[in-house]
Design a protein around this ligand. Structure first.
Ligand code: ZN
Length: 340
């Protein structure tokens, strides 16, 4: 009960990539880079285990960015043709590659990473892949020129990849869909459809992560425009409750999401964000426990997985380590209450 996990990413060591930076450039190349990534994965696994996290990830140590790491192995995308576009409804600018031809997976994308992580931890393993809508929102398209059609093409490619990763021993496959909190109408008309297509027939548990973004300036400013109550989830959760997705990962700590919205996810595992990734302040175990207790008014304890609000990649390593510890310690406090 109350098994802990993280949204996905952890900071990278400074010898691997520039610290506290999104899209951070690698510090090495060639075989030295490949080895450094593997070393970093070992550290990420070990630090989660040492903190007492139950369902671990590889910390996304092998990818430069959670979207583009996947796209590098997809044919039909020209990485030389980079353009700067406004993403997440123009909330911030990103330099993105361009779709120039039919989308096709060149071959396995993350298989080696999953094999490596699987071989080096006894814990349950979660692996994250960007969801179709979020990919479509983080790329320029000169070929399909139709967001739904492009999303369905990516869903097909994700599904091929996901089948392989599940067969390699991944326990939870998570699709990251921060775009679900931005394009609420698209979620209805094709977002759930593409999630289903991406996860169709997968043998492990499936999850979707929907958040209010990394703790970067553009997101913090955006949140200030969302009013006193953030009700985006109110539109998407009933759709997800009816979907075939097993788990939903959401933002809760220090957020203005009314907790009653969690009650809309009946029948699903709920990964409740009890760690704020937009601050360097490390939560106390008691603060984590407090958020969990409030969430338990709407989510049964056997359905509740204490988690982080979002990825921790932009944070300093010692901050992320502290937050991992607080997450595990806070969950332990509540488990103790429940055992009484
Ligand atoms: Zn997130």
């Amino acid at each position: 009960m109350l098994l802990t996990t993280i949204a996905g990413s952890l900071p990278k060591p400074s010898w691997l990539a520039k610290p506290e930076t999104l899209w951070a450039p690698w510090q090495l190349s060639g075989e030295a880079l490949a080895e450094a990534k593997r070393d970093a994965v070992l550290i990420a696994l070990k630090e989660q285990e040492a903190a007492g996290i139950d369902i671990v990830t590889d910390g996304e140590q092998s990818r430069q960015h959670f979207v583009h790491g996947f796209l590098e192995q997809v044919e039909g995308i020209d990485f030389a043709k980079r353009v700067t576009i406004g993403i997440r409804a123009n909330r911030y600018k990103a330099e993105v590659p361009t779709v120039v031809g039919p989308i096709r997976r060149k071959g396995p994308v993350h298989s080696d990473e999953v094999r490596f992580a699987r071989a080096h931890t006894q814990k349950k393993l979660k692996f994250t892949i960007p969801g179709p809508m979020t990919i479509v929102d983080t790329i320029a398209d000169e070929y399909y020129r139709d967001r739904r059609r492009l999303a369905l093409e990516f869903a097909r490619v994700i599904n091929e990849e996901a089948q392989e990763l599940a067969a390699l021993g991944v326990d939870v496959l998570q699709l990251d869909e921060p775009a679900f909190n931005v394009y609420l109408d698209d979620v209805k008309t094709w977002g759930i459809e593409t999630l289903h297509r991406a996860t169709d027939g997968i043998s492990c548990k499936t999850a979707v992560h929907i958040c209010y973004g990394y703790g970067i300036k553009a997101n913090i400013e955006w949140k200030q425009t969302l009013g006193s109550e953030w009700r985006q989830y109110e539109e998407t959760f009933p759709l997800l409750a009816q979907s075939r997705i097993d788990q939903v990962s959401l933002e809760c700590a220090n957020s203005r999401v009314p907790l009653s919205l969690l009650g809309l996810l009946k029948g699903k595992d709920v990964l409740v964000g009890v760690i704020d990734v937009a601050t360097n302040t490390i939560e106390t175990p008691e603060q984590v426990a407090e958020t969990l207790r409030k969430a338990m008014a709407f989510v049964a304890p056997d359905r509740l997985y204490p988690c982080t609000n979002c990825g921790m990649v932009p944070l300093a390593r010692q901050v992320a380590r502290g937050k991992l510890g607080a997450l595990a310690a806070g969950a332990a406090l509540v488990r103790k209450d429940l055992a009484r």
